[in-house]
Write a protein that binds this ligand. Structure first.
Ligand code: GLN
Length: 493
């Protein structure tokens, strides 16, 4: 058997194609690793062992009979547990959805399974994707494979921890305000938030519907491109998807961008609160682009200072609407069967179910969101936030007239200690300061590994590009990845 450690999609696909490894053996390799290491990492909420082996055997049949479906056929992957999977429990890491067995699969899952990819299981995250550390999971802690006392970031913490600990080849995460990029930065994976409308959210459990996007996490830029190519596209089941003539091309053997580009470095992203070591590492990465021939210009996005309040007002308002469907009647667990004696009317069903089975952060978002949407406060908070959002978007539209992309840190600090920020929501919200503007503006953005601090904690470089410029953005990221060694660094787990 060839060496299977830390395979990229292309390498795995080549081995499968040449018959050097069977998908069943590759799948077993990951299942064994999950058994061996995931107890201490906590990346998986559910391992679909039997299902994975059955699907892998089917893939082997196809490959043997010359009917390989493409680069993902036989390649095992993991799914953030806010994306629904038919007949495989999906909990959104919440007790309120414990035992929820979805009747259908999300469009992205159908697409990946049609391409032959093998579902290994469901990945840990913050409950309903609300959080920046995965500490809000109602089930278990997820640890950062680089330092087990630290968080992997969030909310897609399990998605990045599983990829960097080599418990799967790639994974899916979701973003509302940085939940793919921030954990990617903290764990040294490549993570992409696609443009709003690029990827169908049908079957993605909603948090903030005007912000949510599903995106890939991988070991390399090429892997992320390959997955994006499969999951992107218009979907009649999600009316926010856009029918574009120029879809993403098949990015296997992706070439880095040769043209000389102009990179904007927004000064607002290098101010107070940015860890000095992170700043140094990110600036060195930007200098590398200069060496490679790029023109670097300092730019300004003056609305940046309003991004955190604007984002949290909008996200909480939308969260309060989206969480309203968990009423103890339609989905998941219910106080009716579990706390029967305390139920005397319909309101009791709602209150007791939500009181007992939703987490603190989810209650906080729901209550604050309902408050700001109520008569008398709507104009002062929600409407104002929508106006600020338009101005934030305009900042980006203006800047992208002048530069090809923007480069910034992803997170103001490297991975923090488990428990360090959990009791202080405001300091947790500040972890998102550099990522949330891209969600508000609807543009695409990614995190690519760009180094380590002295205490060996990963740091990511953020690239932001105009709407629907993913392919160019990935090829710009690849330019850096090609000349640096970060893609070959693995945690000792
Ligand atoms: N930390 C942010 C929040 O809790 C972002 C989460 C996300 O992107 N899903 O809202």
């Amino acid at each position: 058997m060839p060496n299977l450690s830390n395979l990229t999609i292309s390498k795995a696909s080549d081995l499968l194609e040449k018959g050097e490894v069977a998908s069943v053996d590759l799948t077993k390799y990951y299942l064994d690793r999950i058994k061996k290491y995931d107890e201490k990492i906590g990346a998986f909420l559910l391992v679909a062992e039997e299902y994975a082996l059955k699907k892998a055997a089917e893939s082997d049949e196809r490959i043997k009979s010359g009917k390989k479906r493409g680069v993902l056929d036989g390649v095992p992957f993991g799914i953030k547990d806010v994306i629904v999977t038919e007949d495989i429990d999906t909990t959104a890491a919440s007790k309120i959805l414990e035992g929820f067995n979805p009747p259908f699969s999300a469009t992205v899952i159908k697409k990946l399974e049609d391409a032959g990819a093998i579902i290994l299981g469901k990945l840990n995250c913050d409950e309903f994707a609300m959080g920046s550390s995965t500490e809000n999971s109602a089930y278990k802690v997820c640890r950062n494979p680089w330092d087990m006392d630290r968080v992997p970031g969030g909310s897609s913490g399990g998605s990045v921890a599983a990829v960097i600990a080599d418990l799967c080849i790639f994974s899916l995460g979701t973003e509302t305000g940085g939940s793919i990029r921030q954990p990617s930065s903290l764990c040294s994976t490549v993570g992409l938030k696609p443009t709003y409308g690029r990827v169908s959210r049908y079957g993605s459990i909603a948090y903030g519907s005007s912000l949510d996007q599903i995106g890939p996490v991988g070991k390399t830029v090429e892997d992320v491109g390959i997955v994006l190519n499969v999951i992107a596209g218009v979907d009649s089941l999600d009316s926010t998807t856009v029918d574009l003539k120029s879809q993403i091309s098949n990015l296997k053997n992706m070439e880095s961008l040769r043209d000389n580009i102009k990179i904007g470095v927004p000064k607002e992203y290098f101010g107070e609160g940015l860890d000095l070591e992170v700043e140094k590492i990110v600036r060195e990465a930007i200098d590398k682009y200069k060496e490679l021939g790029a023109e670097i210009v300092e730019v300004s996005l003056p609305m940046t200072e309003y991004a955190v309040p604007t984002y949290y007002l909008i996200a909480m308002a939308e969260a309060s609407s989206n969480l309203a469907r968990y009423d103890g009647i339609k989905y998941g667990v219910s106080a009716i069967s579990n706390i029967k004696s305390q139920i005397s009317n319909l309101s009791d069903v709602y209150f007791k179910t939500r009181g007992a089975y939703l987490g603190d952060e989810q209650k906080r978002k729901s209550i604050l969101g309902t408050y700001e949407l109520s008569a008398g406060y709507y104009d002062a908070y929600y409407r104002k936030a929508q106006k600020a959002r338009t101005l934030i978007k305009k900042d980006f539209d203006d800047i992208f007239e002048k530069v090809d992309c923007l480069m910034t840190p992803v997170s103001p600090f490297p991975a923090f200690k488990i428990g360090e920020k959990k009791e202080d929501p405001l300091s947790m919200y500040l972890a998102d300061i550099y990522t949330i503007s891209a969600n508000l503006a609807g543009i695409c953005a990614l995190s690519v590994p760009c180094g380590f601090t002295d205490s060996k904690l990963p740091v990511g470089l953020q690239l932001m590009g105009p709407r629907f410029s993913e392919e160019k953005l990935l090829r710009i990221a690849k330019k850096y990845e090609d000349v640096t060694e970060w893609k070959n660094k693995w945690p000792a787990i």
